[in-house]
Every structure is written in C-alpha cells, then in structure tokens.
Unconditional design. Sequence first.
Length: 418
Amino acid sequence: MSFERIGIRPAQILLPAPGVKPETWACIACDQYTSEPDYWQKAFAAVGNAPSAIRLILPEYNLKNSETLIPQIHRAMTDYLAQGLLIPAVDPGFVLCERTIGSGTRLGLVCAVDLEQYSFEKGSLPLIRPTEQTITDRLPPRLKIRRGAPVELTHIMILIDDPERTVLEPLQAAKTTLSKVYDFDLMMGGGHLAGWAVDSAAMLERVDRSLNALMDTKGEHPLLLAVGDGNHSLATAKAYWNEIRENLSDTEREHHPARFALCEIVNIHDEALLFEPIHRIVTGTSRTAIMADWLQYAAKNGMSLQRAGKGHPFTVVSADGEGTVVVKNPEGAIPCETIQRFLDSFLSRHPEAGIDFIHGEKSLRALAEKPGTVGFLLPEIDKHTFFEDVKKLGVLPRKTFSMGEADEKRFYMEAKKI
C-alpha cells in the first residue's frame, strides 16, 4: 500500500472503554458557542461526574482561564489512560462515521494525516492545505495544551473533492461487513453518531487505492486534502511537530505519533454537508455609528453602499431592526473579505469596540438584540466552487465559512496518542 503518497495513515484510534457512556463522553468542538457560555455550563451539567471528552479539551469561551485549566486537562488525560477509560479500539485502521443532523446523514472517515505533507506557509502548495488564513497569534494557547498532552482529540474535518463518490461511499455500502464501534445520540441536540472500524487488509487496500486514484485526477501540485474545519488545530499540530522533530533521528521521525494528526475526511459533495457563512458581531458600538463609519470607509476606498443591486450583500442586525446593505464595487474578492477589511479598519480606529465570529444565524440574531451590539449576516456560500476558490485565492479570509450550524460541528469522540 502507498498511503505515504496520499498524506494519510491508518492509526491506533482510541475510544472510551465499554462501560463509559458515549452520550456523556462526546462533546462539541471547543471553538463553538464562544459567546454563549450557557451552552457549556449546560454541557458540563449534563456530564456531571462521568468520564467525558469535555474534561480533555479547553472550550475557547474559557481561554482566559487557560493557565489553571491546562494542567487539569493533562492530568485528566493521564488518568483516563491509566484507569483504562480510554483504550485502543482500532489498531491500526480508520473509523467510518455517520453523523445524522438536520440536513441528513454526513459521512466521514477518521484517520491520521501526515504533517510532513501539510503547510500553512503562504505560497506553499502541499498535498494538505489550509483553506482559510492561519492567524499565528492564535496558536500559543493551543500549543500549551498540546505540549505535555499524552493524547489528542480532534474536531478537524478535511475535505476531498470526489464528485464521483469513489472513496467514502463504497465503504458505507459495505458497512454491514464492518465491526460497529459506537452508535448513540449526541448530547445537547447534536444528532446521532455511529461508527465502524475499517481495519481489515482488504478495506485498507480499498481506501488506499481509491484515494490514490482520486489524486491522479488532480493534476500538477494536487490539492487532495483541504482543511474545512479546525484549521488552527491542525496548524498547532504542525507547529508542535516542528518543535520536536529536530531532536529526533530519521527513523524516529518516520513513525513518531506526533507527526500524524487525527482528523475526519468528508467529501465536499456529501449532500448533508452544508456550507454556512460565519457571521460577524461587533460590540461596544451602535448601528448608527458603525453604518456612518462604513459609508465613509466605502467612499474613501472606491465603493458605495446601496440597498439593492449587484455587489456583495449583507444583512445588518441590531436591537433597532435590520436591513440589507449591498457593497458596490467591493474591494474584496468574496463578501467575507469585503466585510472583514472594513471591520478590521473600524476596530483599529475604535479600541472600545470588539468583534466575535458567530456560527449560525439564530445565534447571531439573539446576540444582536443586546444593547451596543451590531450583527452582520453574510450571504450563502457555494461549496461547489470551493476547491477552485481556494486554488485561485490561495487561502480564504479568516472565518469565511462553517460547515453547518454550531450544533452540527464535529463532536470529540476518537483520540490518538501523540
């Protein structure tokens, strides 16, 4: 088999031991509900004292307490391994997973990706690429978690462009021949999750053959694996690998577990995979003030703001109501770039204001009802042009898109030693 060529590997995948309830083990990605701490408080209450992945991650709403929480996370990881609460379930292999959400059943393959074949450096053309701008200032707190952590859990989702459905879908068709490793309802309305071990020689050969064949269709400098979610988590894994690799021998580098990062591969053509724009919310200002500033900024930079017509459309939401704004002659290649350039300028000139990035229209509308808060709803994204947009632009602006609503994001279930 030639997995080395396609940037993925079968891995020893850890799952909660029999007797650990998966319903309280699995929890939502750490970068969700950052402006809604009530969600996390309810999740912790639902878990109670049960073993849970929620104790092995740092929800980003609570980054301010990272110095206290990171040692607790490391201790919990060590304890779970020592107590046999987190054990090898696939060794080596993949996990085929089905996530049932409002839009249908999304199919994925949990595997390890080779960080030697991934880079977030500007202008690089590796096999595995980020799709959004990587903000290096966001890596240090994540690196603190990864340093000294015996295991990693993943909310990284990596996309393949497989319109003929040659890689994942044949595995789903054969799932009755596979061993089921979990099947349960996710907490907090997250839907349903089921998984099967893909670990026989024949099945591993099938994955290897189909991914190699897919890569052969991608031409020179192929973009085979595009990071769809968890961009900064994968960048953190890469930064950590770069830290330790220089002190390893060539043989150690070949097989060191930190060289490989756990992720889930998803076909962008999966009908249940919905691309949602990530919306913006600005605090510490008023709708009147920010709209007046936007008008001046637009005029200064060769643009104009209209209520209709061609251009980049946005819906501005606040307690005062909402309205549509179309930016004529936009300076950005896509709407996200246009709005972010303005907001970056506004925030640089108004230090009293702040910004957050919101997954889901419902969440944004609720937050925008608060005084001194203005929300910006971005237009829908066409996922079928996604790979071409990434190739054309290099990377998309930060926080351009989200794959589904907040409660449809990946839940932490599998783990891998690092």
